[in-house]
Design a protein around this ligand. Structure first.
Ligand SMILES: [Fe+2]
Ligand SMILES: [Fe+2]
Length: 234
């Protein structure tokens, strides 16, 4: 999706009205190893979804010629949308008889990087997290199609993460504004963050991959494919 900043604002304003995911019924039919691994992964993703609140306030103040008023407001709505994901993942955890957590290593990794950085690096880190988000949620939708609440969440949130990545792409196109050197620097940094994120996630959640019958290689390849939608030339 190649869109102007006004179109992005419109997208987020419209998507704010998408119907909330129905409150899931208790899920008690999963095989114990899968149940456990799914809970762990969702707890970890919940932290990532819930951890971006600061950027919403920050983006309104920072000096950045790549941000016009519409895009700033779009980013505020983008962050709010991540908050909605956090609530929906928390509800699913509730249906699985589990709670949300206060902190986890792989999420901490992203968070530490985000906090230590300027807002552009922060945006790039979040863009990299979108890549693993798209692939993780679509994996839930495809591998757990027989568990409607999980499949529904996977497909709805996966679609929204893909839109987030596309918005990030529009933002970074404005940042680079045709400079090949800047574009290359961003793509290299982005690739490095994605690779580290994919490796961490594939290791931390190897039990889930095993239970779902997904190899780490398949996951990494799909992440590379999605990452190319951000880095490939317009
Ligand atoms: Fe999200
Ligand atoms: Fe996202």
């Amino acid at each position: 999706m190649h869109a102007s900043t006004d179109e992005w604002l419109h997208y987020f304003q419209t998507n704010r009205a998408r119907p909330a995911l129905p409150l899931p019924e208790p899920i008690t039919t999963l095989e114990p190893a899968l149940h456990r691994a799914l809970v762990r992964a969702l707890q970890c993703f919940h932290l990532g979804e819930a951890g971006e609140g600061r950027l919403g306030a920050e983006i309104l103040r920072v000096r950045d010629p790549a941000l016009d008023a519409a895009l700033r407001e779009a980013v505020v709505l983008y962050v709010a949308e991540e908050g909605r994901h956090a609530r929906e993942v928390a509800q699913l955890l509730g249906a699985l008889g589990a709670r949300t957590l206060a902190g986890h290593r792989s999420e901490l990794w992203f968070r530490t990087l985000r906090r230590s950085a300027g807002h552009r690096t922060k945006m790039l880190t979040i863009a990299a997290a979108e890549v693993v988000g798209v692939v993780f949620y679509e994996m839930l939708a495809s591998q757990l199609a027989h568990v409607p609440a999980v499949a529904r969440l996977g497909s709805v949130i996966g679609r929204e993460e893909a839109a987030h990545l596309a918005m990030q792409r529009s933002y970074f196109e404005r940042v680079t504004s045709g400079s090949r050197a800047k574009r290359l620097a961003i793509d290299v940094a982005f690739g490095a963050i994605v690779s580290a994120g994919v490796a961490t996630l594939a290791f931390d959640h190897r039990d889930l991959f095993r239970a779902l019958g997904v190899t780490r290689g398949d996951f990494a390849m799909r992440c590379a494919e999605i990452a190319r939608t951000f880095t490939s030339a317009a």
